[in-house]
Design a protein around this ligand. Structure first.
Ligand code: GUN
Length: 281
């Protein structure tokens, strides 16, 4: 029956990570992120701006590479190769989506696995499904952070993930399975969506369909995580009809001020973890 205060959850963790970064910097290890933006849509620009801003706040160095619509897959591969070989760079982030002429998976697979801060390369996707948590995609990682604050005992409970994207739905399901939950993935072809969502102790919704999830689709006392963020008449709207769902769910994450905050924070954790893994070898 409450809206989750994600800002507080993140704020606490930020202080701990900041202290760790100060220690690293004292040892001469300056975590550094390279961001590649090959798309001119407003949303991507805003997301990248938030990521860079948090880097500054946390004491993580960052450098941005912006490409225009004339760029080619080969140019991006060339830049990634340079960054792979640059000893100062710990993490390489390729913001998605990219311009439509770009071979997205080829670019993601060019990122060295030890610098793949999003975990989107085929090698790291495979590692995640084998149970490795070394590098975990930022949005699902942040969601697990929230869930652990809300419910320490996830094992054996029903998780339903609505949406099967590479960025959220699929890795989310893998992570919830790793928490010993019983996991169902629903998607646009799922028949009788409500029969699944009604079973969910934990319901994660990542479809981009504003207010898809209504009160009558949610189990009493469920934890509902809203990953959606769509602009409707200049307002950001999630996939969950929060105003009504909050009356039946135990917890609902808000939009804005919800999962987006943990996503960006998880990126910071990933950069730091990569810096430690690579430089303290
Ligand atoms: N586009 C939307 N979400 C993400 C994300 O978590 N990482 C990257 N690289 N691109 C995205």
């Amino acid at each position: 029956m409450s809206i989750v205060n994600v800002r507080d959850i993140v704020e606490n963790k930020k202080q701990t990570l900041k202290r760790k970064i100060v220690e690293l910097r004292d040892e001469g290890i300056i975590p550094k992120l390279a961001v590649i933006l090959a798309n001119d849509n407003d949303a991507s620009r805003i997301y990248v701006g938030r990521k860079r801003k948090l880097c500054h706040e946390m004491g993580i160095d960052e450098v941005e590479y912006v490409f225009d619509e004339k760029c080619t897959t080969e140019e991006l591969l060339y830049t990634i190769e340079k960054l792979n070989n640059d000893n100062d760079i710990d993490g390489i982030l390729v913001q998605l989506p990219m311009f439509s002429n770009i071979d997205e998976q080829k670019v993601l697979d060019a990122v060295a696995p030890e610098k793949d801060v999003d975990g989107f390369s085929s090698i790291n996707v495979g590692r995640l499904y084998k149970g490795s948590k070394d590098i975990v995609p930022c949005t699902p990682k942040g969601i697990v952070t929230i869930l652990k604050e809300l419910e320490p005992d996830l094992a054996g409970k029903n998780a339903v993930v609505v949406g099967r994207s590479q960025i959220v739905g699929k890795p989310m399901a893998a992570l919830l399975l790793a928490e010993d939950m019983t996991v169902t993935i629903c998607h646009s072809k799922t028949k009788d969506l409500v029969s699944h969502t009604k079973m969910a102790d934990v319901l994660v919704v990542a479809t981009g369909i504003p207010h898809l999830i209504k009160k009558d689709m949610v189990k009493e006392n469920a934890i509902v995580i809203d990953v959606g963020m769509t602009k409707v008449k200049d307002k950001l709207v999630g996939d969950v009809d929060t105003e009504n769902v909050k009356d039946i769910a135990k917890y609902v994450t808000p939009v804005p001020g919800g999962v987006g905050l943990t996503t960006v924070f998880s990126l910071m954790e990933n950069v730091v973890n990569l810096a430690i893994a690579r430089r303290k070898k």
